[in-house]
Structure formats: C-alpha cells, structure tokens
Design a protein around this ligand. Structure first.
Ligand code: HEC
Ligand code: HEC
Length: 204
C-alpha cells in the first residue's frame, strides 16, 4: 500500500514537472492538455482527485446529512448509516421514545427525513465492502439492534480486554467508536489508525 502511494506521488510529481518544463519551453498546448488528461484520469483512478482520496480509504461512507448530524449526533457519535442494515434502522426509528433507555423522540417531519436517509444508505445497500460486512442479519430478540452486537463487530473487537473499554473512563463502552478510531467521523476505521486512550496505538 505504502509503496503504491509513493509510486503514485512520484509519477504525479514527474508528470507535473514534465508539463511545467513543456509549458516553459513553449511545447504546444495539445501536449500539455494530454498530460493534464493523463494526470486527471490517474488521480481519479486512485481516488486522489477532489478530496476523493479520503473517501477511497473510507470503510463506510461519511455522514453528509446535516439533519442527521445534529439530531443523531448530539448524545453520541453520529453512527454512519452504513454500519447497520435497513431492518435494524427501521426498528431503531420506530422506537425513538424508548431509545436504549433514553428518549430520543423527534417531530414527524424530521423523523421521516432521517429514516429515509438511513434506509437509502444502510449497510445492505452500501457500495463499500466493509459496510456490507455490517449488513449481516442480527438476532437481538426484543432488544434494539446494535452495531456493537453484529457478528462482524464482535469478530473485530473480541481481542480487546475489558479494562481498555468498560474499565477505561476515557472510553466507557464500545459504542464510543470515535474514542479509539480517531478518524471515525470520516468513515475510516482502519485498524492501523486505532489509538486506545490511556493505552496507545493498537498493535496486534
Ligand atoms: C437523548 C440522547 C440520544 C439521542 C438524541 C440519540 N441517541 Fe442513540 N443512543 C443513546 C444512548 C444513551 C445509547 C446507548 C449507548 C450505550 O449503550 O453506550 C444510544 C445508542 C444508539 C445506537 C446503538 C449503538 C451501539 O451500541 O451499537 C444506535 C445505532 C443509535 N443510538 C442511533 C441513534 C439515531 C439514529 C439517533 C437519531 C434518530 C439517535 N441515536 C439519537 C442516546 C441518544
Ligand atoms: C476500545 C477501543 C475501540 C472502540 C470503542 C471501537 N473500536 Fe473498532 N477497533 C478497535 C481495535 C483495537 C481494532 C483492531 C482490532 C484488531 O484488528 O485486532 C478495531 C477494528 C475495527 C474495525 C475493522 C478495521 C480493520 O481495518 O480491519 C472496524 C470496521 C471497527 N473497528 C469499527 C468500529 C465501530 C463502528 C465502533 C463503534 C460502534 C468501534 N469500532 C469502536 C478499537 C475500538
């Protein structure tokens, strides 16, 4: 991965200097255009273009909906829709008045808007593979579904001792994704970027 990044960076640098020299020495506009096109398509391919770089590294699509961010990101991290399948979001939106022991009721218009946003972008509709891993059906009985209860989540976190989570005042619960995943709000959950507060960088 690192090697690819360096190669891409070097080739972009060399493309840039070639085109700089060309424009300096008065090589025709057409040549320059060609390099410009090549640069653009390459950058596109690697997701380097127009902020796409970050998005291409994301495990789930970052939240873009302002209503969702303000209404569902107040008490806790605004979990990306791509972290649960449609059925789970439907259940959560049906019982906002009894929301994991809290009252998270919304007026009808806002609730409908947020529901639509969640369903449109849910894990079982997502295009990123990490998101699809969260889409597996989860049996929770009468209890509300949780991201932290999905098989995929458990598989990824079972090695982390309780003292780093429940026994850690700076984390408290696995539901606080952003406590350990410092780039969680950008949709990046890469295991190499995990820093557990008071413990340090995760290295397994
Ligand atoms: C009034 C505060 C409050 C608001 C507003 C709120 N929540 Fe929550 N939410 C909670 C609490 C408390 C929990 C349980 C956290 C825990 O167990 O650590 C929770 C848990 C969750 C979980 C489960 C996380 C896990 O453990 O996997 C999801 C999903 C969730 N909320 C989604 C939403 C959505 C969607 C909205 C907006 C419609 C919302 N929340 C608004 C308080 C709130
Ligand atoms: C106590 C710290 C902590 C919290 C809180 C936490 N995680 Fe993690 N997470 C980790 C660690 C450590 C790993 C790497 C585990 C391993 O590979 O051994 C990980 C791995 C992951 C992975 C796999 C990444 C990869 O590159 O394979 C995903 C996805 C993920 N977490 C999502 C979440 C989400 C979503 C939440 C919140 C609902 C969350 N995590 C909460 C520590 C945490």
């Amino acid at each position: 991965m690192k090697k690819t990044v360096i190669i891409i960076a070097l080739s972009i640098l060399s493309l840039a200097s070639i085109s700089a020299v060309m424009s300096f020495s008065g090589v025709g506009d057409r040549e320059e255009e060609r390099y410009e096109e090549e640069y653009e398509s390459e950058a596109h391919e690697y997701g380097l273009f127009r902020g796409g770089w970050l998005e291409s590294r994301a495990d789930v699509r970052p939240v873009r909906d302002e209503t969702y961010l303000s209404e569902c990101g107040d008490c806790h991290f605004a979990y990306q829709p791509g972290l649960l399948p449609q059925r789970a979001w439907e259940r959560i939106m049906e019982s906002l008045d009894e929301h994991y022991g809290d009252d998270a009721s919304l007026d009808e218009t806002q609730a409908a808007k947020i529901r639509a946003y969640l369903l449109d972008n849910a894990a079982d509709r997502a295009d990123l593979s990490r998101s699809r891993a969260f889409a597996t059906e989860l049996e929770t009985g009468d209890a509300l579904p949780r991201i932290t209860n999905t098989n995929y989540f458990r598989r990824e976190h079972y090695e982390i001792p309780e003292r780093f989570v429940q026994g850690n005042t700076e984390v408290g619960s696995f539901s606080n994704c952003e406590a350990c995943h410092r780039s969680a709000d950008t949709g990046v959950y890469n295991e190499h970027q995990v820093v557990i507060p008071g413990v340090g960088k995760w290295d397994d």
